[in-house]
Write a protein that binds this ligand. Structure first.
Ligand code: FAD
Length: 479
């Protein structure tokens, strides 16, 4: 799906890599920039580390009071269960209480800071740990690399816009007091604000008159409120699978409406795992009497409709004078999903891609951004970058890929990571990691309800452990 990598490798001049310095050089040939990073989730943390390693001066703005972003679970939900009221108080994380990672920890962690079990009694040693363990890992990462000193907690960026001389004005707000808004000028802004907070909803004919409750999975936490209820869940991706199994333990029935049942996973669940789950095509309409009609003609009297329909990219603070837009969930134009060609390298985005291995990808993206900002890594001209973006969009059109799938990398992700690594002059993704990612996907498909506790890739686990042993203890200390 991602065209342009091989083409660029063969038809464009090689990247300008002069040398790779993992640490800030004491006497540098390259420029040190003042950089604002928005968000201290996994993306913002690794971006901050890489920017500082490159010799930049970094301020990380984080509106919450701790690092971790998505991985900071909260039982609190938003006042609007659909998450569509723009004036609602935003709850950032979409995690549910039972969530365990859908990737094994070996593949999930940063490249030079393995996500290994610490062996401490309060930690979760499982290979697919619960969400708290990921949050603690990210805290360890921040402490290990001394990142906390760069972060302004409880400080929300309310405006980031271009001013003269290619500088960026960043206005931030601490607490809820508008009187302490602070305006600062930066050379660059790296946007790491996450994209699992602003719900995307399915359109359902008749929903305004439907008497039941409807909500988005962003506001799902525990199954108990669904006890003895008939629930219609819309969606077929990872969280839909998890949440349907969670709710099925207590609900009277769970009916899953899915456009494309991902790799047969839901079929298997509704066929085998529990006896109160049914699979349907999409909802055709809902009626005043509480019924839900599916496209196959089946009808269910339901209490709740739960949208597990994904999220929208949302940058309420960003002012690019229309250069970067979000159109049907396509953020663009962006060169390699990172740089708007006309604003590069001053504006960049880390972590827009989905169906990927997020943390290592954030790391490659961050290294590239840090090197491009210092001038150590050359970017193509604006025209070349725009041509690459246009060719990419044309390839999506040619393959009938909808616009809102622009940042779904899926099968091309390792090619993408390796391309970034080449630009940065560093090794790409380890072979064991690629194979383990694929083995997990296969296992998840074969046993959706058990893949987190049963697997057959012990050989790859051994390879990973050997690789980790070669890292310094957790890589930390190397700021
Ligand atoms: P986030 O973690 O969302 O962090 C963004 C940060 O930006 C937040 O701290 C937020 O407070 C801050 N912020 C936002 N706006 C502003 C502002 N204006 N000013 C200041 N700060 C701001 N990934 C995996 O690798 N494995 C998994 O098993 C996995 N499971 C997942 C399950 C669910 C339900 C979800 C939603 C995601 C899952 N992911 C998983 C993907 C996960 O999102 C990524 O792993 C990663 O946490 C994303 O990091 P991020 O830094 O891009 O965004």
């Amino acid at each position: 799906m991602l065209i342009g990598y091989k083409k660029r490798l063969s038809s464009m001049p090689p990247p300008t890599i002069l040398y790779y310095l993992p640490m800030a050089p004491s006497i540098s040939l390259f420029k040190s920039r003042d950089v604002a990073v928005i968000g201290a989730g996994a993306a913002g943390l690794v971006a901050a580390r890489e920017l500082r390693r490159e010799g930049h001066k970094v301020v990380v703005f984080e509106r919450e009071r701790q690092v971790g972003g998505t991985w900071v679970y909260t039982p609190t939900v938003e006042t609007d269960p659909l998450g569509s009221d723009p004036s609602r108080h935003i709850v950032h994380s979409s995690l549910y209480a039972s969530l365990r990672t859908n990737l094994p920890r070996e593949v999930m962690g940063f490249l030079d800071y393995p996500f290994v079990s610490t062996g401490e009694p309060h930690r979760d040693p499982r290979r697919f740990p619960g969400h708290r363990e990921v949050s603690l890992y990210l805290k360890d990462f921040a402490v290990g690399f001394g990142l906390s000193e760069l972060i302004r907690f409880e400080t929300e960026v309310v405006y980031a816009g271009l001013v003269e001389d290619d500088k960026w004005r960043v206005k931030s707000r601490s607490g809820n007091d508008a009187a302490i808004d602070v305006e600062e000028i930066f050379d660059a802004v790296v946007v790491c604000n996450g994209h699992y907070t602003e719900p995307r909803l399915a359109e359902i004919p008749g929903i305004d008159a439907w008497p039941g409750k409807h909500m988005h999975s962003h506001n799902y936490r525990i199954p108990e409120p669904f006890r003895d209820q008939v629930v219609v869940l819309i969606g077929g991706a990872a969280s839909a699978v998890d949440i349907s199994m969670d709710i099925a333990q207590v609900a009277k029935a769970v009916h899953i409406a899915s456009r494309s049942v991902e790799a047969g996973i839901l079929e298997k669940l509704s066929g085998n795992a529990v006896d109160n789950m049914w699979l349907h095509p999409m909802i055709e309409s809902v009626q005043k009497d509480g019924t839900v009609i599916f496209y196959d003609g089946s009808v269910v009297l339901a209490d709740v409709i739960l949208h597990c329909t994904g999220y929208k990219y949302h940058f309420p603070f960003l002012d690019t004078s229309g250069i970067v837009t979000v159109d049907d969930n396509r953020v663009g134009p962006l060169y390699k999903h990172i740089f708007p060609p006309h604003l590069a390298p001053g504006l960049s985005f880390v972590g827009l891609l989905w169906k990927v291995l997020p943390f290592p990808m954030f790391e490659f993206q961050s290294k590239w951004i840090a090197g491009a900002l210092s001038g150590r890594i050359g970017l193509p001209s604006q025209e070349e970058m725009m041509a690459d973006v246009s060719a990419f969009y044309l390839s999506l059109e040619a393959s009938d890929t909808p616009k809102h799938y622009t940042h779904n990398l899926a099968d091309s992700q390792f090619e993408y990571d390796d391309w970034l690594a080449l630009e940065c002059g560093i090794p790409g993704v380890e072979e064991w990691r690629k194979k383990m990612y694929q083995a997990t996907a296969k296992n998840r498909k074969a046993r959706p309800d058990k893949y987190r506790d049963e697997w057959e890739d012990e050989d790859l686990m051994l390879e990973a452990q050997k690789d980790f042993a070669r890292c310094r203890p957790n890589g930390a200390g190397d700021n």
